[in-house]
Design a binder for this molecule. Structure first.
Ligand SMILES: [Ca+2]
Ligand SMILES: [Ca+2]
Ligand SMILES: [Ca+2]
Length: 113
């Protein structure tokens, strides 16, 4: 996987199956990417070198959220059989200046393409 200059550091989460095809998928947090940090979802399979421009889904934080600073495997929270993830944005301001936030991303919501 290519790690470009916009990455302060990449944050991989454990592989999970987000789209129900039984193959492992990956979600990578990139808190230094874009304005508010991003998380890249790649269904794969990936071998050798691949560009994140081909990610199946990209989730963006806003302003200086630093979204993707932590990404956690939380199992299957909604019971639909697809793995879900929690994405942290430690600098999100929605709950107060720098209060931080964590977003639950349901695997089923990532299968739109
Ligand atoms: Ca899969
Ligand atoms: Ca689920
Ligand atoms: Ca925000």
């Amino acid at each position: 996987m290519m790690v470009g200059s916009g990455w302060r550091y990449p944050v991989p989460s454990p592989p999970g199956d987000f789209n129900g095809d039984t193959r492992p998928n990956i979600l990578i947090g990139a808190p230094g990417c874009n304005v508010g940090g991003s998380a890249y979802v790649v269904f794969g399979p990936v071998s050798g070198t691949a560009s994140l421009a081909a990610a199946n889904a990209i989730l963006h934080g806003d302003r200086d959220d630093e979204a993707g600073d932590e990404v956690a495997a939380v199992g299957d929270m909604d019971g639909d059989g697809l793995d879900d993830r929690l994405i942290a944005g430690p600098n999100d301001d929605e709950g107060g200046e720098g209060a931080g936030a964590a977003w639950l991303v349901l695997g089923g919501s990532l299968t739109f393409r």
